[in-house]
Design a protein around this ligand. Structure first.
Ligand SMILES: [Zn+2]
Length: 187
């Protein structure tokens, strides 16, 4: 099964802003969707998570790669699915790194909870509860936002917190602020 095309905000804003509806029952169709999401995410070396609306399916399903650190090869981490995820508890809100496969090349600093307790169905339809901490919590919060049409640019508080990255002369990655970028992407 080929990976699905990821919708980009630049050309598919309306679809990314649509609210997704809950899954009634974890049927084969839902499990196929989970597989498509995982395959699509696995095809993205830089991707930490993906939500169904990003492949134009408006159902409350996300997949996340947990435990990622900067130096990790993301493709080595098998994604986990959360169906109808609901936040039970959120705390420890702090600024952290953010980015999105629907905004290639754009990164930001956003404030999100670093402790998240989430109730969800797993792929077998069982209700499970998970606690996510640190960047895992940031990631899961970002993906659940997608299900309500909320995007990471909505969390950017200051224009300088949205930036691109380029490799500097000494080989290290550096932030490149783009004047007027936030106003342009928010239109
Ligand atoms: Zn995203």
């Amino acid at each position: 099964m080929p990976a699905r095309k990821i919708l980009l905000y630049a050309t598919n804003e309306a679809a990314l802003r649509r609210k997704s509806r809950p899954v009634n029952k974890v049927t084969k169709r839902v499990r196929d969707l989970v597989r498509d999401l995982k395959d699509t995410l696995m095809g993205c070396p830089d991707g930490a998570g993906l939500a169904a609306p990003q492949i134009n399916v408006h159902l409350r399903v996300v997949v996340v790669r947990l435990g990622l650190r900067d130096e990790d090869d993301a493709t080595a981490v098998i994604p986990m699915a959360l169906i109808n995820p609901e936040i039970v508890e959120a705390r420890d809100e702090r600024a952290d790194f953010d980015g999105c496969l629907s905004f290639p090349g754009l990164y930001g600093t956003t404030r999100r909870p670093h402790y998240l307790k989430v109730k969800a169905l797993d792929e077998t339809g069982q209700m499970v509860e998970h606690v996510f901490e640190d960047f895992d919590a940031v990631l899961v919060h970002h993906e659940i936002d997608h299900l309500d049409g909320v995007l990471f640019i909505d969390h950017i508080e200051r224009p300088e917190d949205l930036y691109t990255i380029q490799r500097g002369a000494d080989g290290t990655l550096e932030r490149v602020p783009v004047p007027g970028l936030l106003d342009r992407v928010r239109r």
